[in-house]
Design a binder for this molecule. Structure first.
Ligand code: GTP
Ligand code: MG
Length: 622
């Protein structure tokens, strides 16, 4: 299949452009190093043409391992006759930064006789500031077309489609000034810094001559930086932003969660009388409405969490947060660059593990891998929310601004993060190393987040949560229900098959003040953490003889679970590595199954021990 390559410096908007042109929804965020793998998509308007999105690279002479992979791929692709066009994306608001790589790409394409187009992205920002770049002038010097576009608004994209779909003429080398001094091949192949500095000078000259005046763009940026990185305001704003993040998960999603809960109950109440047969009716009530209903309640939270993290990612603030956190993180052997993967881990550990690729130091990367599974990911949220709703009153403070439930959630999240840092710190202390870790990270521009793509991404995540976890939960629920309902038609849960099995594992959980029902729910959560609430909902549903659907929170409250056990459960879930996909990705990224399996065992033992201590201490105090 003929294909077009999309290359450029990090954070220039390649993936945003890729998503626009293909209609796909790959990950976009406002800091460098988001795309770590090639992604291929079909042009929405040209069915017979593929578009390949590359990870961002600063130079064709790679420094990091990540860049090396991307550059090797680029070299290899250029030799492929199926590659018909190369689109080199530059950030029109930071031309100088992008042009060095762009010049290298143009050279490489000219050598391989490939058509190349320079796309100056972020045209909307220029327009908003009343600025423009001289695309024509730049084009005539570069000898290739330069198109100003905006991946945000879609302007100028027709021109790109037209260019790549036609038989674009292959440009001849016209970088005249440089050609006089050196052969193009030499420019890239030579190992010395001379060729590089000539190219840098050229990039600087072109940006000065044809780019937009940088001071206008920089003025607001540096004002914002003075505030967000200021010694007095920086730390406070950081704490405030983090608090709002966790508070919003509760406050903003509460109305939607209530709506789902009463919707499920109302639907059950309406539907159940129509279902023939006692067994079938019991199944629908216990497994479908109590089990799956208990888990659907959390979908709005997943949406809100992904949305808020998306806003932070796209605003440019996260890179500043990484800078603020570099010093404290270094104490634990981590780097400021560990901050972004760790915060992504609050949504899901899987993209977080991939994001850790951008950490250059192998040691800091390995320590980050250790910390990520302890970050409070969204699959834990249902478990936390359930337990918080059981034990913590819904009262709010400051006119509804802050609630006790939100504060408790913040606390358990802080616990998870501190646990991650402690593990990394301890491992770092006991495996000394002389490695120095300089912190180098390009600060992206502050931007107003792109709301529509973030909302779309959040819907997608919520959908994924329902379909991926939903399927597992449905299967587990059916199995749990069957085992719990028979042989005595739900009359005596303790004497059911599930009850008998449960009694075997009860000794493991009794020291935490939990009976076999919780034991079964915990064991089922090893398939996926969210399964816990579904399983518990089903078990409680069989047990409850009521005709109508009772929310799980009320059922557990009625069962008088001691608060010590509730806290022990939270601590257990905060530490245990109960996610099959995370283990698989960890093994792949760390290139060792042994490390991944050891982590599962170590975190499991630690989780049980910490839960036991929590139970004992709480019971002694309360
Ligand atoms: N205002 C504006 N923002 C844009 C535009 N294109 C991309 N962005 C934003 O720029 C940031 C970077 O976009 P990405 O598409 O992730 O950049 P990338 O080049 O793929 O980055 P890497 O994968 O890290 O190399 C995101 O915050 C986007 O929302 C644009 O045309 N206008
Ligand atoms: Mg990208």
């Amino acid at each position: 299949m003929p294909s077009v390559l999309l290359v450029g410096t990090p954070n220039s908007g390649k993936t945003a452009l890729f998503n626009r042109l293909t209609g796909l929804n790959q990950r976009v965020a406002n800091y460098p190093g988001i795309t770590v793998d090639l992604s291929v998509g079909r042009f929405a308007s040209i069915p017979e043409l593929d578009l390949v999105d590359f990870p961002g690279t600063y130079s064709l002479r790679p420094i990091s391992e990540e860049e090396r992979v991307a550059v090797a791929h680029f070299d290899h692709s250029l030799a492929d006759p199926e590659v018909v066009h190369v689109v080199c994306v530059v950030d029109a608001t930071r031309l100088e930064k992008s042009l060095f790589f762009c010049l290298q790409v143009i050279r490489a394409c000219q050598r391989q006789r490939r058509a190349v187009t320079v796309v100056a992205n972020m045209g909307d920002i220029l327009r908003r500031h009343g600025l423009r770049i001289d695309a024509q002038g730049l084009s005539s010097e570069l000898g290739v077309p330069v198109l100003v576009v905006s991946a945000r608004t879609g302007e100028g994209l027709d021109g790109v489609i037209e260019r790549v779909s036609g038989d674009a003429p292959v440009s001849e080398p016209t970088l005249s000034q440089l050609n006089e001094d050196a052969e193009p091949d030499q420019l890239i192949a030579s190992e010395g810094g001379d060729a590089d500095s000539a190219l840098y000078e050229e990039a600087h000259r072109l940006a000065e001559r044809y780019g937009a005046p940088a001071d206008v763009l920089l003025q607001t940026q540096s004002q914002l930086d003075r505030f967000f990185l200021g010694s007095a305001t920086g730390g406070m704003t950081f704490a405030l932003i983090m608090l709002i993040l966790f508070q919003s998960i509760f406050t903003w999603s509460a109305p939607a969660m209530d709506a789902v809960e009463s919707g499920v109950a109302a639907l059950g109440g309406w539907l159940l009388p129509y279902i023939p047969g006692d067994v079938l009716r019991d199944f629908v009530a216990d497994a479908v409405f109590s089990g799956i209903g208990a888990f659907l309640v959390f979908v709005p939270q997943i949406f809100v969490l992904t949305f808020v993290i998306g806003l932070l990612e796209d605003s440019g603030y996260l890179a500043r947060a990484a800078l603020i956190c570099h010093k404290p993180l270094r104490f634990f052997g981590l780097s400021g660059k560990s901050f972004i993967p760790m915060l992504s881990g609050v949504a899901c550990a899987i993209p977080a593990i991939y994001a850790a690729r951008s950490i250059e130091s192998p040691r800091a990367r390995a320590l980050t891998y250790l910390a990520i599974p302890l970050m409070p990911c969204s699959a834990r949220l249902p478990v936390y929310t359930l337990l918080i709703a059981i034990f913590i009153p819904r009262e709010t403070l400051f006119g509804g601004l802050v609630g006790w439930q939100g504060i408790t959630l913040f606390g358990i999240y802080v616990f998870g993060m501190l646990a991650g840092l402690t593990v990394a710190g301890l491992v770092n202390r006991f495996t000394p190393s002389q490695e120095q870790m300089p912190f180098m990270m390009e600060m992206p521009a502050y931007r107003f987040p792109a709301l529509v793509p973030i909302a779309r991404k959040s819907v997608q995540r919520a959908q994924h949560f329902v379909t991926k976890a939903g399927l597992v939960i449905l299967s587990v629920t059916i199995v749990v229900w069957t085992l719990g309902y028979f042989p005595n038609q739900g009359a005596d849960l303790g004497a059911s098959w599930l009850g008998t099995l449960g009694q075997w594992i009860e000794p493991l959980f009794q020291p935490l003040g939990l009976d076999w029902r919780y034991g079964v729910a915990i064991v089922s959560a090893f398939l996926a953490r969210e399964v816990f609430v579904g399983t518990l909902g089903t078990i409680m549903g069989i047990e409850g003889a009521e005709e109508n659907i009772v929310p799980l929170v009320e059922q557990v409250q009625a069962s008088a679970l001691p608060i010590g056990s509730g806290l022990a459960l939270m601590v257990f879930f905060a530490i245990a590595l109960q996610c099959v996909s995370t283990v698989a990705i960890l093994a792949k990224e760390a290139q060792s199954w042994r490390i991944a399996i050891n982590m599962v065992i170590a975190y499991l033992l630690l989780a049980w021990l910490a839960a036991w201590v929590t139970f004992q201490v709480t019971t002694a105090l309360v």
